[in-house]
Design a protein around this ligand. Structure first.
Ligand SMILES: Cc1cc2nc3c(=O)[nH]c(=O)nc-3n(C[C@H](O)[C@H](O)[C@H](O)COP(=O)(O)OP(=O)(O)OC[C@H]3O[C@@H](n4cnc5c(N)ncnc54)[C@H](O)[C@@H]3O)c2cc1C
Length: 463
């Protein structure tokens, strides 16, 4: 390893320049009272794109309306203000725009502009390096970070925000499929490049499947589209309608079974009064983390085993017109949804065979030209194929989170190491906190975590 040189000494290193890392940098730059040296390490520039906002295709929409996507809880209309300031949708009045689901690419542009503006006004100095961090060690003075380039640097504090990783295709033979026959759903240009005549099988039926279908349609696809998933549940639509007026607090004292029953009852009562069930979900949305944390460990495990698929389709919804498009495609027979568990994929000439078992363990075979992996976010940190996370877990700097998902963190976001010691100088953000918080992926949670991490880290950096 190369020798540490003093120019590589930073007050704060932010690992990962997706939405969470960018929001943390904004928080620190805004609040800093001294000329701190802040560094963002992100191999995949420009900043703020990560997986979600890297798409430049207009068919990939935010799954939350504009009014709920501000990066800052204290300025709830900030994303709306931004879209109006840059005249992204000049034909729409403010109220209409607030309720729109706009293309995701705007979000990265928004966060980057806010970062630039904040950095320009800050006493702290921001640097960005196009680097992947592959290892981190803690000592009494701070941290040593080893980069893929072979360089090392020192930081007094760290924000760890490496974000989302796609689950590998869960099938024998997947690794041997040639490029073009196996496409990752988050490789947006590769999905767009699928031949319009190809028969396609999409594995997974969540939001990444929806992105894939929308891209196929946008590129004039006319082949068959199969969707294969274990539960064959498609995301449900958002709905406009009156707010539900029930108090969700009593749910916190109930066990999982009682909660599910109560929620079903509330949803049925709401619909009987002309209030969509989605409004009931909106009422419990702010309680997402408290609901998870107040479940017993066993009930959390039951939720992960038996409830999560149903939860996901109700919680992670799509814009109503997108949902209507999916239903139309299904009615026309262009989109065929199969319930089954994928076992193996085999390359056969120009085709790919997907070998699965249906719900009764009968063989199910799909013959297509291309398979798209849309199995969604990997929750187990060891399986994320991120060298840094493997090193952190392997060396005991970190330990897996509850239920083996994410890595462990204290309620304030501080890392917990393999001995249970809380490391306040290292703040964890985003999907890595999922085992402790469950709701830790979307912008409302990330902006809260980023603001909190900024305050905590600045306290740590006080002379
Ligand atoms: C397809 C998709 C669509 C979504 N749509 C929405 C939406 O509409 N609304 C919403 O609220 N949420 C949405 N989400 C949730 C989304 O997870 C968050 O909004 C947000 O993008 C997550 O940001 P992040 O910074 O935690 O992770 P990411 O966006 O994944 O960014 C992490 C960054 O860290 C970098 N990195 C990783 N490892 C290292 C390392 N070792 N060294 C240096 N850098 C590293 C990566 O290159 C990446 O750029 C969506 C998620 C996905 C996957």
């Amino acid at each position: 390893m190369s020798v540490i040189d003093t120019p590589h000494l930073y007050d704060l290193a932010i690992i990962g320049g997706g939405a969470a890392g960018t929001l943390t940098a904004i928080g620190v730059l805004r609040e800093a009272q001294r000329p701190l040296r802040v560094l963002i390490l992100e191999p995949d520039l420009p900043l703020a794109r990560g997986v979600a906002y890297a798409t430049t295709y207009p068919e990939h929409l935010l799954n939350v309306p504009v009014a709920k996507m501000s990066g800052f809880a204290a300025q709830p209309e900030d994303f709306l203000d931004y879209l109006q300031d840059v005249q992204a949708f000049p034909a729409l009045d403010r109220d209409t725009l607030a309720h729109r689901f706009v293309p995701r690419q705007h979000y990265a542009d928004y966060l980057r502009l806010r970062l630039q503006q904040t950095a320009a006004a800050s006493i702290a100095q921001l640097q960005v390096r196009a680097e992947h961090v592959r290892a981190l060690q803690a000592d009494a003075e701070g941290f040593t970070l080893a980069l893929d380039s072979g360089a090392q640097l020192r930081a007094r504090a760290v924000a760890l925000a490496p974000g989302n990783a796609l689950r590998p295709l869960p099938a024998r033979g997947a690794g041997a499929l040639p490029a073009g026959k196996r496409v990752e759903a988050w490789d947006y240009p590769a999905v767009r490049a699928i031949s319009p005549a190809a028969d396609v099988a999409i594995v997974g039926s969540g939001l990444s499947m929806v992105d894939t279908v929308m891209s196929l349609l946008a590129s004039g696809h006319h082949g068959a589209i199969h969707v294969l998933s274990r539960h064959a549940l498609l995301p449900l639509p958002h709905a406009a309608g009156p707010a539900a007026d029930y108090d969700p607090q009593p749910l916190l004292a109930m066990n999982l079974r009682q909660r599910m029953r109560a929620l079903r009852r509330h949803a049925a009562e709401a619909s009987a009064r002309g209030i969509p069930w989605q409004s009931v979900m909106e009422r419990i949305r702010p309680l997402g983390q408290a609901l998870w944390q107040s479940l017993s460990f066993d009930d959390q495990r039951r939720f992960l085993r038996h409830v999560v698929r149903y939860w996901d389709v109700h919680r992670h919804r799509v814009a109503a017109p997108v949902h209507a498009q999916l239903l139309t495609l299904a009615e026309q027979g262009r989109l065929q949804v199969h319930r089954g568990r994928l076992q193996a994929v085999v390359s056969e000439g120009a085709c790919v065979q997907l070998l699965a078992h249906d719900i009764r363990r009968r063989p199910l075979q799909l013959d297509v030209h291309c398979v798209v992996n849309a199995t969604g976010v990997e929750m187990r940190a060891q399986a994320m194929r991120n060298t840094l996370l493997q090193q952190l877990l392997g060396s005991g700097v970190a330990r897996p989170g509850p239920h083996g998902i994410g890595i462990d963190s204290a309620p304030d976001g501080s890392l917990i190491d393999a001995h249970g010691t809380i490391e306040t100088r290292l703040q964890v953000l985003g999907s890595l906190r999922i085992g402790r918080l469950w709701e830790s992926l979307a912008i409302p949670e990330l902006r809260g975590q980023a603001a909190h991490a900024a305050t905590t880290l600045l306290q740590q950096l006080q002379p």
